[in-house]
Design a protein around this ligand. Structure first.
Ligand code: IZC
Ligand code: ZN
Length: 424
């Protein structure tokens, strides 16, 4: 499935193609990009692309055309860490946190994640679909073409499965592609209060096998945190998930240095996420094991926690992706602009590092860098056009959404150029 399209005249096409030893994201000027049936078939100097098309008996004019004069074209953004499917909100918790209460303290008293669990258990499949669709619309308007979506607001068999089914269905209904992750170990539910290990047993025996057998999730994740799940409990669950063929992710060292990064490296996880309190040994282990560090600086901002040591991770040879952590508690935002700005100002990343962190490295964090995350012949035609002449404007225009047009598999799925466009 997919459409045909030619993109011409762009001020720059930022490929984000991985190139050994190069910090630059691969910037082409005077280039055209051709998508046929959803895949990129030609990319390079406009004259060369025209000649390649002529050799196939086609002309540039025979394609639907997107004129990107004066604009930067980038791979579609990939949001590699979200809690997309939930009901209710936590506006009261936000006020309480502003007044000084701690995130984990609120959770310990049955609020936080557990309040979203109560709302999500009550919600119908239709309601979750309606809410999810609206959120994907907002993400698409920010240039997101692929999103990871975690369960973790059911904490029982039926609701966890329902969340994953809804995530899969949303991916079919909506232009934004959805990669589902099983996060049954997001918190200890009321029914298992004080018995986290017994709850892990339950997940391993009664939920994980069905999730794997039905292909409802690509990854298994766990909130490895003081007062939630210990590294030993996380290890047990993740080993069981790996045995069933799932990829692994960890909410690691978010509020305390528990050794989540070391565990991710030990288990060969595809990513370790958060890492606000990662240890020097953890940083070295991630780089050695090739685990992608998914950093979520909007969460650190919202929780008023210190930021993850992005520069130290890069200097150690690690790979950094940036994601929103969209969720109703610690970070209720799908804002790629705010994320980019914090990437620059709070984490000290360059515009080049930010663009790579939102595209090719985010794809690596989802194990899909072979098909998306960069503009290269053979890859999916997923891209954004910015209302700006260079990718460098992305973090520079603090908190402002520069995305003008979004293309998914060659189809224009969001177009803000004129009121008659595909509004999104
Ligand atoms: O609902 O609070 N950190 N999980 C772990 C979250 C934040 C999401 C939430
Ligand atoms: Zn999270």
């Amino acid at each position: 499935m997919g459409a045909d399209l030619i993109i011409e005249n762009a001020a720059e096409i930022v490929t984000c193609a991985p190139r050994a030893g190069e910090a630059r994201p691969g910037v082409l000027t005077g280039a055209s990009l051709v998508i046929e049936q959803g895949r990129i078939t030609h990319l390079g100097p406009a004259e060369r692309v025209a000649a390649e098309l002529a050799a196939k008996g086609r002309t540039p004019a025979s394609f639907p055309r997107l004129d990107a004069a004066g604009k930067a074209v980038l791979p579609g953004f990939i949001d590699a860490h979200t809690h997309l499917v939930f009901a209710g909100d936590r506006v009261d918790e936000f006020s309480r946190r502003l007044a000084g209460e701690g995130y984990l303290e609120i959770l310990r008293h049955g609020g936080g994640i557990l309040s979203t669990v109560r709302a999500t258990r009550r919600a119908s499949r239709e309601e979750l679909l309606r809410l999810g669709r609206k959120r994907l619309d907002a993400m698409l308007a920010h240039g997101v073409t692929t999103v990871e979506a975690k369960s973790g607001y059911g904490l029982d068999r039926d609701t966890e499965i329902r969340q994953l089914e809804v995530a899969c269905e949303l991916g079919c209904l909506h232009p934004v592609e959805v990669v589902p992750t099983f996060l049954g170990a997001h918190a200890v539910p009321e029914e298992y209060r004080g018995r986290p290990s017994a709850y892990i047993d339950f997940l391993i025996a009664a939920v994980l096998p069905e999730v794997a057998a039905r292909g409802l999730a690509r990854f298994c994740d766990v909130f490895c945190e003081t007062g939630v799940f210990s590294p030993a409990e996380a290890r047990r669950l993740l080993r069981a998930a790996a045995d069933l063929g799932l990829g692994l992710k960890i909410h690691a060292d978010e509020m305390s240095p528990l050794g989540g990064a070391e565990l991710a490296a030990e288990l060969g996880a595809v990513s370790a996420d958060h890492l606000l309190h990662v240890s020097p040994a953890g940083i070295a282990a991630l780089a050695r094991a090739g685990v992608v560090a998914v950093l979520l600086p909007m969460t650190a901002f919202s929780l008023r926690e210190p930021y993850a040591p992005a520069r130290a991770i890069l200097e150690a040879g690690g790979t950094v992706a940036l994601a929103t952590d969209f969720n109703p508690g610690s970070c209720y935002s799908e804002s790629i602009p705010l994320l980019s700005a914090l990437g620059a100002v709070a984490l000290g990343l360059s515009a080049e590092e930010i663009v790579a962190a939102l595209t090719i490295h985010a794809a690596a964090a989802l194990g899909i860098a072979g098909t998306v995350g960069s503009l290269e012949v053979g890859k999916q035609g997923d891209l954004v056009v910015l209302d700006a002449p260079s990718y460098r404007h992305l973090p520079y225009r603090l908190g402002v959404n520069l995305v003008e047009t979004v293309v998914k598999r060659g189809e224009i799925v969001c177009d803000k150029r004129n009121p008659g466009g595909t509004a999104c």
